[in-house]
Design a protein around this ligand. Structure first.
Ligand code: 6PG
Length: 237
């Protein structure tokens, strides 16, 4: 059976990070003139990628001054907080490269302000919605992506591009991109690693009735690619 989305399976988490880093290098070299707009995600899988990108040979080869970083979601904490996606990305990569970075200040609750930044910096397509060159996403074991959690209001959003989303099971609100913004992207790379992701990955890719939030990420027109490792991605025959 064919998976719902195109999938690349790497042997282990290290190989996964290397494969994505290679593709990122290629993208940075081959993108059209102008900034390469990239939205980062939080989580442990992308962290490994960010750390790798900050090391040779990627560090020297990527034209970092062309890359402009954003965040696809953020926890409602200040930038120095241990839970901050910004802090994780800064420590792993952003402090070491000269790229422009737009932190998502979720603790302010001002999703409208972040949407305005995105609209000002990221060129829009014919529908007037900004089109990121690349959005990196992870998957939670509950099927969430960015901070689009199952059963939450942000899943229904059709107009706003960035919202504060109440997440009752975490007793908090997070700032997140919505489907209209995610699905306007030119490329979305979904990264999932580890055995604990296997169940949700299998369900999302092979069960046509699954309703995990990640399954709603289908950029049009655009490309989605799922990057898995041997643990998260044992495929059905
Ligand atoms: C976050 C994320 C979130 C993450 C998944 C997977 O802020 O936590 O952006 O959507 O990507 O929860 O995280 P792991 O890679 O750590 O499993």
């Amino acid at each position: 059976m064919k998976p719902l989305f195109p999938t690349i399976i790497c042997t282990d988490p290290k190989a996964l990070a290397e494969a994505v880093a290679d593709k990122f290098l290629y993208l940075a070299f081959n993108a059209v003139p102008g900034p390469l707009t990239v939205a980062l995600s939080g989580g442990s899988t992308p962290k490994r990628l960010y750390e790798l990108l900050a090391q040779p040979p990627y560090f020297e080869k990527i034209p970092w001054e062309r890359v402009e970083f954003f965040f696809g979601d953020e926890r409602s904490v200040p930038p120095e907080h241990v839970d901050s996606n910004y802090r994780m990305a800064r420590e792993a990569l952003l402090d070491k490269v000269p790229s422009k970075v737009h932190r998502m200040a979720a603790e302010s609750g001002r999703a409208d302000e972040y949407e305005a930044v995105v609209r000002a910096r990221v060129p829009g397509g014919s529908a007037g919605i900004p089109r990121f060159d690349l959005v990196l996403l992870g998957i939670g074991t509950d099927g969430h992506t960015a901070s689009l959690f199952p059963g939450t209001d942000a899943l229904q959003e059709t107009k706003k591009l960035v919202v504060m989303n109440d997440v009752p099971k975490l007793k908090t609100a997070r700032m997140t991109f919505t489907y209209p913004l995610l699905n306007a992207a030119k490329k979305v790379w979904v990264l999932a690693s580890g055995e604990d992701k296997q169940k949700v990955v299998q369900d999302a890719l092979y069960n046509p009735d699954s309703a995990h939030p990640i399954v709603g990420v289908r950029p049009q027109p655009g490309e989605v690619l799922w990057w898995l490792d041997g643990d998260s991605g044992t495929l059905q025959a």
